[in-house]
Design a protein. Structure first.
Length: 93
């Protein structure tokens, strides 16, 4: 759990402030961070819409995702995660 009071000059506080200040630049240069941010935005919006009783969401939106096709794609994925660092280490030898 976070401390109730954190010194403003604590290294982690300074790191968090710099990270927040430069987040747009980091997201621009690293697509994974950009996509995670966009996914977070979409998740928050979806949770908000589903939690509202007065939100009139057309049922067509729920049928856009084909679960059967996604299950087939997931079943065809390899069970092993590639480890590129091993390959690059072997090339250096």
């Amino acid at each position: 759990q976070d401390a109730k009071i954190t010194r403003p000059d604590h290294p982690l506080v300074l790191y968090a402030q710099n990270f927040s200040k430069n987040f747009d630049l980091l997201a621009e240069r690293n697509s994974a961070i950009f996509h995670l941010r966009e996914l977070a935005k979409a998740s928050v919006l979806a949770k908000f819409l589903l939690s509202r009783e007065d939100a009139n969401i057309d049922t067509q939106w729920f049928s856009l995702f084909d679960t059967d096709t996604m299950k087939q794609k997931l079943l065809n994925l390899p069970f092993e995660i590639p480890q590129l660092w091993r390959e690059s280490a072997a090339e250096d030898d």
